[in-house]
Design a protein around this ligand. Structure first.
Ligand code: SF4
Length: 67
């Protein structure tokens, strides 16, 4: 499969937390409420599904997946 990269646009992030609360294998909450990306490269199908879900639920549209 194609390796995808998870990106967060920190200028858009509202610190709402959906990403790290729902996908703790991909994101971790940092002290200031912004997400830290734990798996920058998505290498498995299950990770990819999680990442796509994170993109969909982010209320700020701040998460993206890039090839
Ligand atoms: S779900 Fe979106 S807005 Fe919320 S913390 Fe994650 S990146 Fe930021």
């Amino acid at each position: 499969m194609t390796v995808m990269k998870v990106k967060v646009d920190y200028r858009k992030c509202l610190k709402a937390g959906e990403c790290y609360y729902n996908h703790p294998t991909l994101f971790q909450r940092t002290e200031n409420g912004l997400p830290k990306i734990l798996a920058e490269e998505v290498t498995s199908d299950s990770q990819r599904r999680e990442a796509e879900e994170a993109v969909e639920v982010c209320p700020a549209g701040a998460i993206s997946l890039e090839e």
